[in-house]
Design a protein around this ligand. Structure first.
Ligand code: PMP
Length: 286
């Protein structure tokens, strides 16, 4: 049984209850984060808390805790759950109030944190790569906010599930934005291409790690808009997220990507990422 945090208290998940008038339930009015934990150590905590603050600012909700308070409560949740590697899900809503679109006054936010076991991506998928499909990005234009209202992402991801693929890659006005729940990179002629961080995509923490690793290891990269045509003619496509880490997309809409196998840059970045994670597990929580 997992232990969760809800509004100041730790409790078994089965005992956690939210009033039906919670604005998260009524309006999807809230923000969230997902932080990976390796060997009970928070991975890039300060980057996640910085992005959380950006989300709070984006929806005009006050951050209820200081970074030190967040760290303390997240560490309590980690300590009260069994596995060494965990994914921590933090969720804050604008609280419980009579249903009205306007912000309620003097209403405390609802704060919820849960932990799930974090499983590394299966080895066979790392070796074979994964299938993805493309779809039109029909979400709102504040995709930089990690909002809990994820209905468009849910519908887009289901298109991939229905097509036996792992992810839906999104195209807006002819350009790549990101995946339904991941960031996407393209490799062409040995250059790693990354779409620019802006209001049309979530600034992934893993995305940042990938670009840092590229810069430190002399992998040529460019941050710029990537056309649908470049995506469809890529030598390699990479998908990144905190839970999926780095995966190679080897089929796109039933066409082979490159030679249909995970490529050299994927292999190099995957190895560098594992090495980077290992240094974090040795004690650095920055
Ligand atoms: N974009 C979207 C829409 C996502 O949901 C995610 C996963 N949270 C990402 C990108 C990847 O972000 P991160 O690397 O921080 O997990």
């Amino acid at each position: 049984m997992s232990t969760i945090y809800l509004n100041g208290k730790l409790m078994p998940i089965e005992e956690a209850c939210i009033p039906v008038l919670d604005r998260g339930f009524i309006f999807g009015d809230g923000v969230y984060e997902l932080i990976p934990v390796y060997s009970r150590k928070l991975f890039r905590l300060h980057h996640h808390l910085h992005r959380l603050q950006h989300s709070f600012d984006g929806i005009r909700l006050m951050n209820p805790y200081s970074n030190a308070q967040w760290q303390d409560l997240l560490e309590q949740v980690i300590a009260n759950n069994k596995t060494e590697d965990q994914s921590l899900y933090l969720h804050v809503t604008r609280g419980v109030a009579k249903r009205d679109h306007a912000f309620p006054q003097n209403t405390p936010p609802t704060v919820f944190v849960m932990s799930n076991p974090l499983l590394a991506p299966p080895q066979e998928l790392l070796l074979s790569g994964v299938a993805a499909i493309c779809a039109i990005d029909n979400r709102w234009i504040r995709c930089d906010i990690k909002a809990i209202s994820l209905l468009p992402n849910v519908l887009l991801r289901q298109l991939a599930v229905d097509a036996n693929a792992i992810e839906t890659i999104l195209i807006r006005d002819g350009f790549l934005t990101e995946g339904a729940a991941s960031n996407i990179f393209v490799i062409k002629d040995k250059v790693l291409l990354a779409p620019p961080k802006n209001h049309l995509m979530l600034a992934g923490i893993t995305y940042d790690v990938v670009l840092e690793l590229a810069a430190e290891n002399n992998i040529a990269y460019e941050v710029r808009e990537i056309s649908e045509d470049e995506l469809r003619h890529a030598d390699e496509i990479l998908l990144t997220s905190s839970t999926k880490e780095i995966m190679a997309v080897t089929r796109l809409d039933d066409e082979q990507v490159g030679d249909g196998k995970p490529g050299a840059i994927f292999k190099q970045l995957h190895q560098l990422y594992q090495h980077y994670k290992a240094t974090i597990m040795r004690g650095n929580t920055a």
